[in-house]
Design a protein around this ligand. Sequence first.
Ligand SMILES: NC(=O)c1ccc[n+]([C@@H]2O[C@H](COP(=O)([O-])OP(=O)(O)OC[C@H]3O[C@@H](n4cnc5c(N)ncnc54)[C@H](O)[C@@H]3O)[C@@H](O)[C@H]2O)c1
Ligand SMILES: O=c1ccn([C@@H]2O[C@H](COP(=O)(O)OP(=O)(O)O[C@H]3O[C@H](CO)[C@H](O)[C@H](O)[C@H]3O)[C@@H](O)[C@H]2O)c(=O)[nH]1
Length: 337
Amino acid sequence: MERTGRNVLVTGGAGYIGSHACKTLAAAGYVPVTFDSLVTGWQEAVRFGPFEPGDLSDRARLDEVFARWQPVAVMHFAALSQVGESMSQPGRYWRANVLGTLNLIEAAVAAGCRDIVFSSTCATYGDHDGLLLDEDTPQRPLNAYGASKRAIEDMLRDFGASHGVNAVIFRYFNVAGADPDGEIGEWHRPETHLIPIILEVATGQRAALTIFGEDYATPDGTCIRDYIHVSDLVDAHVLGLRWLEDGRGSRVFCLGSGHGFSVREVVEEARRVTGHAIPVAAAPRRAGDAARLVCGSRRAVEELGWQPQRTDLASMIADAWRSPRGVEEFRLRLPAG
Ligand SMILES: NC(=O)c1ccc[n+]([C@@H]2O[C@H](COP(=O)([O-])OP(=O)(O)OC[C@H]3O[C@@H](n4cnc5c(N)ncnc54)[C@H](O)[C@@H]3O)[C@@H](O)[C@H]2O)c1
Ligand SMILES: O=c1ccn([C@@H]2O[C@H](COP(=O)(O)OP(=O)(O)O[C@H]3O[C@H](CO)[C@H](O)[C@H](O)[C@H]3O)[C@@H](O)[C@H]2O)c(=O)[nH]1
């Protein structure tokens, strides 16, 4: 058993949000133990605590890691999370996300670890005719990714009733930006997320941003999303962890800024922040996209005491612009040795 007491098992700690969470957890006095298969993450991003390579499909490996670190809680970020891909490969999403999480929950319960903070998503909602979304909005996902996350929420509730699992379920809106210190950032290969792609266009790595659909029922015809800074998001996770440590039980919280921006508005803001032209090209809708996803909840502010600091889109884009925007750049910025 190693460094017990405040160990937190962070699945997906080598990914974009998970690596930011590890940095914040370490600063808050926890030992973040990353469990990650590196399917979309990067070992270089595991800098704030130990790394345990492994896949959620491997129950024996999970048991080993729980026995070794005896975590007080799990922060569960590991998942496949691309909306478009989930429509063409639904089996991968159900297997990796739902079966993987079932293994994780059963391993946690067997090890006596019952507190779980879970990354859910506003992609569980689907379209609601422009209404703001909150924790009570019916979940009618339009894509296999959102459906897999909704199923996991149900699974957590069932294990709550049967085995005393306590879950703080965070439904994130669109996570953006990067560590304001510039230590870590967001990079995927291939990249599919809007803001990193726009920044690749700004630096000339891509010729143009392809806009997926300009015929939605929104003011400029492009999809509207609510962007939340990754640093604010991970701050809420530490509050969620403390909520569980205080024995306050299972609860769902939406995490968003309450402001919606269309794809075209994000491009405009990125032009201002970067000073680059950012050409765009029109393309048909991407399967599985909702027209508008905007948060209307203040529950995290009122109940967790969450105080988001970096709520304007410009600072999210600026932080992403300053951060290492690829693993090669990140490697160059690592301290020697
Ligand atoms: N980025 C967003 O805007 C957003 C919005 C809502 C919810 N989320 C959720 O937040 C979480 C983190 O997202 P992200 O953007 O950091 O993604 P990411 O792809 O950067 O990180 C996911 C990490 O999980 C690991 N992983 C995936 N499947 C695994 C498995 N079976 N076993 C072990 N490790 C595995 C990957 O290697 C990667 O390091 C996901 O659960 C995602 O669904 C993200
Ligand atoms: O090249 C691109 C990429 C994206 N978009 C559009 O930009 C918007 C945002 O797309 P992202 O792929 O950046 O984000 P998603 O909204 O599809 O999904 C993200 O946020 C969700 C919550 O809304 C999820 O949970 C998911 O994990 C996370 O990737 C969408 O309308 C999308 O169609 C484009 O027009 N062109």
